[in-house]
Design a protein around this ligand. Structure first.
Ligand code: PMV
Length: 332
């Protein structure tokens, strides 16, 4: 029997440009953040899967391998178990497992913990079962997992978790292009409010259904912004990027996904010297980002706090999924 233990880690993400429009065939830009999820995985000699995920309230959960796909999974570990179920089915493998997750960030921030965990799971299983899975196949399995758990999603967060860096992305992974970014002087403000992505996606879908022309016009404008932002990022043109952030935020307001807290955090950051600011992600809460010249960082941070936000210290362009520990011991 092979006693194989490994640890995989994947980064969280922040959407820079193009949220919501990406679900309507437009591109977006996402960056990986230096706060990671870790998954420790081990094949065990019993036909059960033990999961410990204390940060999502699951100290210990056990499920029989034969029950995968047959029972309702607990909320905090749905993505993890669905990924295992899909992987076992696809590659016709199966075994008992010990799985343990740890996160460097709160699942409240909207950094994409579920997607990062899904990516870690598929990566870990490919190693444990010695199956060659390239990044695009990893994306496809992880995307299938996410869609089957939550129904909608562009998969941008999975791309960030897999490839890392900063990425120009199209829905479902139709385009996944790394953008050469030197540095991103961005201050991140957490609104203190948990966003409900599904509700906001539905709200935009409602608008798209009721006022299609208006919604399509907004999505087209966002597309233009995203394309210009890619160039501005490559040229390190922060004045332009800031302007584009402001414009993107205004369009998100028109989609009715912003909230007063995010608006005032963005306005305050601008008044304190940011080049530009916008909400990041679905809206309704979670985080905003402010592109900020070095000389104004302290002021912008203070302004974000005064507007009710919490400044998160994160760096961007982080490395994608990786194996951080791998110990394989052959026993007779
Ligand atoms: O709320 P977040 O950070 O997961 O971002 C959602 C972004 C959307 O474009 C609204 C949805 C998606 O899957 O692209």
């Amino acid at each position: 029997m092979t006693n194989h233990t490994l640890t995989v880690s994947a980064p969280g993400k922040l959407m820079l440009f193009g949220e919501h429009a990406v679900l309507y065939g437009k591109p977006c830009i996402v960056t990986a953040v230096d706060q990671r999820i870790r998954l420790k995985a081990k094949i065990i000699n019993r036909e059960i899967i033990n999961i410990s995920a204390p940060q999502v309230g699951i100290k210990k959960y056990t499920i029989k391998v034969s029950d995968l796909g047959k029972v309702e999974y607990p909320k905090g570990v749905k993505f993890l178990l669905k990924a295992v179920e899909i992987f076992f089915k696809k590659y016709k493998v199966g075994s008992g497992l010990d799985l343990e997750t740890k996160s460097e960030f709160s699942s409240l921030f909207g950094f994409g913990s579920s997607s990062a965990v899904t990516v870690c799971a598929v990566k870990a299983l490919s190693k444990l079962f010695d199956i060659e899975v390239d990044n695009k196949s990893l994306f496809d399995i992880a995307y299938q997992t996410v869609l089957s758990v939550q129904g909608v999603g562009s998969g941008f967060d999975l791309a960030a978790a897999i490839w890392g860096g900063t990425i120009f992305f199209e829905n479902g992974g139709k385009k996944i292009e790394p953008i050469n970014v030197n540095n991103l002087p961005i201050v991140v403000g957490y609104s203190g409010i948990k966003a409900d992505t599904a509700t906001l996606v539905k709200r935009v879908a409602g608008l798209h259904k009721k006022e299609r022309e208006k919604a399509d016009k907004i999505f087209n404008s966002i597309e233009k912004i995203v394309k210009q932002a890619k160039l501005a990022l490559e040229d390190t043109n922060y004045f332009k990027l800031g302007e584009l952030m402001d414009q993107n935020h205004t369009l998100l307001q028109k989609l009715a996904v912003s909230i007063p807290r995010l608006d005032s955090m963005a306005v305050s950051a601008k008044e304190a010297g940011a080049f530009g600011a916008k909400l990041s992600g679905a809206g309704g809460g979670d985080c905003m980002i402010a592109l900020t010249p070095d000389k104004s960082v302290r002021k912008v941070k203070k302004a974000i706090k005064n507007a009710g936000g919490v400044v998160l210290n994160v760096k961007f362009n982080a490395e994608g999924v990786k194996i951080t520990y791998d110990k394989s011991k052959n026993e007779s």
